[in-house]
Design a protein around this ligand. Sequence first.
Ligand code: ATP
Ligand code: MG
Length: 581
Amino acid sequence: MKTPTIVKPDTAKSGANMTDYDAFRADFSWDDARALIDGLPDGKLNICHEAIDRHVAAGHGDQLALRWIDKAGNRTDFTYAEMQRQTNKFANVLRARGLQKGDRVYSLHGRVPELYIAALGTIKAGCVFCPLFSAFGPEPIHSRLEIGGGNAVVTSARLYKRKLKGLRDRLPALREVFLTDGEAEDCVHLAPLMDAASDAFDIEPMDPEETALLHFTSGTTGKPKGVVHVHAAVAAHHTTGRLALDLHPGDTYWCTADPGWVTGTSYGIIAPLTNRVSMIIDEAEFDVDRWYDTLEREKVNVWYTAPTAIRMLMKAGAGAMEGHDFSNLRFMASVGEPLNPEAVVWGNENFGMPFHDNWWQTETGGIMIANYACADVKPGSMGRPMPGIQAGVVEVTDEGAHELTEPLAMGELALRAGWPSMMRMYLNQEERYNKCFSNGWYLTGDQAMRDSDGYFWFVGRSDDLIKSAGHLIGPFEVESALMEHAAVAEAGVIGVPEETAGEIVKAFVALKPGNEPSDDLLLDLMGHARKKLGPAVAPKSIEFRTNLPKTRSGKIMRRLLKARELGLPEGDISTLESDES
Ligand code: ATP
Ligand code: MG
């Protein structure tokens, strides 16, 4: 909170979709936002109509919708008109194979055009789309298909043989597997079916409250939950894309998230297309040089990424940026994990603009709290609630949730229920769903503070809070302080039980290249943390690691650091990526 505010010049604000946060917020209504959505006759709706068909009908069929960069660096372009034809074909293929409205179609694929066509074509046909991350192993795939009652999967022969084939007899609802390539028994080939299918399709008119998407949470705190979203959510996707990411029609936009996670669908497929931007899709995984090349060569205007990636770019140093021209970049945003103030400032110094942190969850379906193009940025803050969203810090007692209005009071982050993209249920977990609501508030499970300017500050997940000698300590504050040390690339902080203090703060730290763990460095880090945080909050113990355990979407799994530290069961680790802790 001590990092100076980044004041936006008027030039940065003037062309934004929202030029004055307070005035816009005061005037905003979700009905007005819904009016930006085309809709279908008789009050019906279909997300795919808003994403693709409406733009073609309005004469924008020739505009680039999606540019796919394959692993080798080749580019393939799809216009909006082509996407309309392809999604019509895919919807016809589903019908031809007996898949009806309401059936669940999953994807298990890397980032290839077929995945995007399947997602939108599924929704167009009134089926429910559920993305799986292609790096999942067989068991996580099985449980997600079982919970959601998956009827069809779109995948590749390689992924099918390695991960899905052996599960078929345990998945009675799974009737159809579409292969984008190769050969495998009990599967059908997508390409010939697509070739044979008509490129005309009458889009399925959906009731706004009918299901469009099933998403599984990241599993950071426990077993992933199946979250249901409906077609009406598109009003929130569209508006948050306009306001929080400042998407303008014709922008070149790059969302680095995989559609296996909600960010890669809400902001990697739906919101950009409803806002008629041209999307960049990169098939390859993170690579510093490739990312800088892509930003420059594709002339990206708006870039939406995540703290882990930003930290890796920072780790690579300024040298990697040398010689690149990023003058087309207008807006950079980050989500998924707390963004350390250090990273926001680094963005400002190196790209000439800060990373705009925003906060949301699978359950909220869209961005809820954000830093905006028109607003000054307080590094380390998630920003302010979206127009149409009332956020509060609450305390939950036996009488339910009550708002804490005092500035900087710490409590659970909560949102007034009722925005269009709010989850409609946790699949098969009604009780758990009901527990998320109290006195009209949706309880997020995160801890936060609001300052006197209305900016929200993330403290930590409720499960990760540390109670030490009467202090309540959020891991984010400690991690951010450690990140400010020149040798630190990443930090994960947990509470470890201790007799006198209740818990003590323990930090796990990964170093930047060129730094080696040593007793001297340890002492230096301890001193640095004490100076920044004071002795009550600074870690009592610091351990060096080459890597911290993360989910595949890049979130540090503090619960796993803790379980390993204490020798406790590891719990559900289906979404674990790096396992070198
Ligand atoms: P699970 O619910 O299964 O434990 P998850 O909460 O990580 O997993 P997601 O819905 O993908 O699943 O992530 C939402 C969570 O990510 C938020 O509740 C919050 O803890 C964290 N998060 C997202 N954006 C931010 C942000 N800008 N700052 C801090 N934390 C964030
Ligand atoms: Mg969660």
